[in-house]
Design a protein around this ligand. Structure first.
Ligand SMILES: N[C@@H](CCC(=O)N[C@@H](CS)C(=O)NCC(=O)O)C(=O)O
Length: 280
């Protein structure tokens, strides 16, 4: 790595493979598959290809919530995509997500099968298809979509910005850490002010906006992301803490968090899920 103070960007950027940092090996400046690999297919109509990162957990929590409502058609197979081993660049995965990122869903109940990528799009697809956790009345729906899109656009600053420079970059640089810490604390304050007068993100009812935001900011407030709880003084966002604890108590949330999980406590790991009993 060049010392940042000496660095002058070249006229045309070249790919320097030794850029360093925790995810340097999977980062590439080009898209498309790197190898041929078919995806496995299980017995259920819904096939999920994912990993229990915050983006992956949004979908497994929603599926477990739908099942908890008694919607048996939402039974699903969840296959592990190990992004550190490059599974997201296999040809079968790229066919259902040209962006090579988890989560990706294939709904085989339609003819031809429907592919869905981007966690927000997957959540809307499932909530609409199974008629739950997304209000149908226009104003309530607009509020839910607003917060869902807020999360989708904010998470890159939290993960790709703050998380990257605070936890994963090869060195601790003050400038980017300050810049992204400022933004993440502002985002936490946005949530805290909203939750001062509301039980859930959009009001009295829990919906996909809660699921999406809890997967990232709930995890952050519980100290489960980047070991940054103390640094960000998360305890001071009292309304976010109260809401996080309430959402975390939901059995479907705790079930969904375990699916495609291959780190942490062994009893909380479940690399693949093919039946409700896998989580019992
Ligand atoms: N906006 C996307 C982001 C998905 C995403 O960033 N997934 C990460 C894991 S959380 C991933 O698959 N990274 C692999 C890579 O970048 O190669 C979504 O919400 O689905």
């Amino acid at each position: 790595m060049t010392d940042t103070s000496d660095y002058t960007p070249p006229r045309v950027w070249q790919w320097e493979t030794e850029s360093g940092g925790r995810f340097a090996e999977i980062n590439r400046p080009v898209a498309g598959p790197t190898h041929d690999k078919e995806l496995p297919v299980g017995k259920h109509p819904l096939q999920l290809y994912s990993l229990a990162t915050p983006n992956g957990v949004k979908v497994t929590v929603l599926l477990e919530e739908l099942l908890a409502l008694g919607k048996k058609e939402t039974e699903y197979d969840a296959w592990l995509i190990n992004i550190l081993e490059g599974d997201q660049f296999g040809s079968g995965f790229v066919e259902i997500n040209p962006n090579s990122k988890i989560p990706a869903l294939l709904d085989r109940s339609t003819n031809p099968p429907t592919r869905v990528f981007e966690s927000g799009a997957i959540m809307v697809y499932l909530a609409e298809k199974f008629g739950a956790f997304l209000p149908t009345e226009s104003s309530a729906r607009a509020e839910c979509m607003s917060w869902l899109f807020w999360q989708m656009s904010s998470a890159a600053f939290l993960g790709g910005g703050f998380g990257h420079f605070y936890a994963y970059a090869p060195e601790k640089w003050e400038y980017p850490i300050n810049r992204y810490t400022m933004e993440v604390k502002r985002q936490l304050d946005v949530l805290d002010r909203n939750l001062a007068s509301r039980q859930f993100i959009c009001g009295d009812e829990y919906n996909i906006a809660d699921i999406a935001i809890h997967a990232w900011y709930g995890a952050l407030v519980m100290g489960k992301l980047y070991e940054a709880g103390e640094f960000l003084d998360v305890a001071s966002y009292k309304n976010v803490v109260r809401w996080t604890q309430e959402v975390q108590q939901r059995p479907a949330v705790r079930r969904g968090q375990r699916v495609n999980r291959v780190w942490g406590d062994e009893e909380k790991q479940l690399p693949e899920r093919h039946d409700a009993s896998d989580l019992d």
